[in-house]
Design a protein around this ligand. Structure first.
Ligand code: THU
Length: 160
């Protein structure tokens, strides 16, 4: 029997070590946590994307009393960005979170459903999305795009 080993490369750095352009997207995600509607979880998530025309768009998680009707910050942001700028590729995605205690020290990764939407966004525009996960103590940068976070993924190729 053969084995496949699927590896994920993550660059670890502090906020201060981020490039200026990345810090801008991260700051937009951090600021977006203030607009989160998280009255049930009290877990405020913000996301932001830099598009191929340089525009930065942000969003936050929006919860609902019917829990599954709510939406994560990442999907809110990607759907908003893609609906407003359908021809602009998403180049960078940043994610940040805070609770009543303040910003999280360690980065939060996107949930499985958001990973699937990030994958579709990569396929749609034909590029890899750089993913930056912000934590007050440490940040993770995933340069290789969603394949690093969602290996063996299902996409439109299987429908052909
Ligand atoms: N949430 C996000 O917005 N993004 C993530 O990556 C993880 C979870 C939201 C969903 C829900 O509103 C709250 O955080 C708690 O799960």
């Amino acid at each position: 029997m053969k084995e496949m080993i699927l590896q994920t490369k993550v660059a670890v750095c502090t906020y201060d070590e981020l490039q200026t352009a990345d810090r801008e997207v991260v700051d937009a995600a951090r600021a977006a946590t203030a607009n989160s509607y998280a009255v049930y979880s009290n877990f405020n998530v913000g996301a932001a994307v830099r598009l191929s025309n340089g525009t930065i768009v942000s969003g936050s998680n929006q919860e609902n009393a019917a829990y599954p009707s709510g939406l994560c910050a990442e999907r809110t942001t990607l759907f908003w960005a893609n609906s407003q700028y359908p021809n602009e590729a998403v180049e960078t995605l940043a994610i940040a979170a805070r609770t009543a205690q303040g910003e999280l020290e360690m980065p939060i990764p996107p949930c499985g459903a958001c990973r699937q939407v990030i994958l579709e966004t990569e396929k749609r525009f034909g590029n890899t999305i750089r993913i930056i996960l912000y934590g007050a103590k440490q940040c993770y940068i995933i340069e290789d795009g969603i394949k690093a976070l969602l290996p063996l993924s299902f996409d439109s190729a299987f429908l052909e």
